[in-house]
Design a protein around this ligand. Structure first.
Ligand code: PLP
Length: 376
């Protein structure tokens, strides 16, 4: 019997009455664009994160593009970004004509390496070709970055900080929620993310009132005070009312789901951590466990053996951004980000969702241990 990598079917089966009622309420009132559920959701998400503003948008990718647009970042500007991330983080920078400066990641946390960040800042400054403007930090696999340490470096170099929290919504850093840890936080509601809707979606969080006004304008074609008064170049980046309704139905159980993911992660760690590199769990920091990612040298052989045993696993990610075909002209080639390059050869994400039973988690661990024994 095969078990699922994520289990959206089971989540829907549990929440069906709530989700169906919320969707039908939208069909009844018919306000499909920026209807009342959008404002209700934004208020609730802002409250939960302890942020002044939460603006829902059409995707996590738009949530990254919009703050860069709002800051006027474009050609000639450098934006620092980890090379080991999902493609959208780098894409947002390049879409605006700005230049990504790829930074390596820490070999244990997989998050942006702050010592390497300082080296890349210094090197970009010495080269003198680009204006350093911003850094996008990624809470990869659901673990928040050490934002206070990042802000200290960013502040010293006058860099704007954007948190890519597409995978970490619901996580905390020493009692503070994701969404309030950076001047701007972008998240995603893609179905498989910790808080997923039934299509594409995302949100931008900020405490900055002026920035919130600009982001709101960008979301609807750069509209000014009145709708057909176009004051800037914007996007069509609204979040559908029906999708907001889905998230409102899912929110009451979100905390329980995060706790259930954490239980799965601890069960995996107890069984696997003396055989493979398991994720760090820093004191005082919680993880949203978008992925549970182990690191092992014989990754491809283990992955094949898991598949044969009916256990799905996925490689997030097989290629670092500086070696991606579309982006490599902006990087420094093979060997320039040694940690990220090694991770792309060695990481493997295991099934992770709130409904994974102890028995199924044990089945995954048994299969990983057997695959390790068989692939030596
Ligand atoms: C999913 C993801 C995004 C993009 O979100 P979409 O909603 O798919 O556009 C950006 N960054 C990271 C790290 C992601 O995992």
């Amino acid at each position: 019997m095969s078990l699922p990598f994520v289990d959206l079917e089971q989540q829907y089966a549990r929440l069906k009455p709530l989700i169906d009622a919320r969707i039908h309420a939208v069909l009844d009132h018919g306000q499909y664009i920026l209807g009342p559920e959008v404002a209700e959701l934004e208020a609730e998400l802002a409250r939960r994160a302890g942020a002044r503003h939460c603006l829902t948008v059409a995707s996590g990718t738009d949530a990254l593009i919009m703050p860069l647009m709002a800051r006027g970042i474009g050609p000639g500007d450098a934006v620092l970004v980890p090379g080991f991330t999902f493609t959208a983080t780098a894409e947002a920078i390049l879409l605006l004509g700005a230049s990504p400066v790829f930074v390596d990641v820490d070999p244990r946390s997989y998050l942006i390496d702050l010592a390497d960040l300082e080296r890349r800042i210094a090197a970009t400054r010495v080269a003198g070709r680009l204006a350093l403007k911003a850094v996008i930090a990624v809470d990869l696999f659901g673990l928040p970055v050490d934002y206070p340490a990042l802000h200290a470096i960013a502040g010293a170099h006058d860099l704007f900080v954007i948190a890519d929290a597409a995978q970490s919504l619901g996580a905390q850093w020493h009692g503070r929620e994701v969404g309030s840890l950076a001047p701007v936080t972008a998240t995603s509601f893609y179905p498989a993310k910790p808080l997923g809707c039934y299509g594409d979606g995302g949100a931008v969080y900020t405490d900055d009132d002026d920035l919130a006004v600009v982001l709101k304008s960008i979301r609807v074609h750069g509209a000014g005070e009145s709708r057909y008064d176009t004051v800037r170049v914007g996007l069509n980046a609204r979040f559908d009312t029906i999708q907001a309704a889905v998230l409102l139905a899912k929110l009451p159980s979100f905390q329980d789901e995060l706790a259930a993911r954490d239980r799965v992660a601890r069960r995996y760690a107890a069984r696997l951590s003396n055989r493979v590199q398991t994720p760090v769990m820093p004191e005082g920091v919680s993880c949203a466990w978008a992925q549970y990612t182990i690191r092992l040298p014989n990754r491809d052989a283990v992955k094949a053996r898991l598949a044969a045993a009916g256990i799905p696993s996925v490689v997030y990610y097989p290629t670092p951004m500086h070696l991606a075909e579309a982006y490599r002209a902006h990087g420094e080639g093979e060997g320039s980000l040694p940690v990220g390059e090694a991770l792309c050869r060695e990481v493997l994400s295991l099934p992770m969702h709130p409904f994974l039973s102890d028995a199924d988690a044990d089945r995954v661990c048994d299969a990983v241990l057997a695959a390790l024994d068989g692939s030596q």
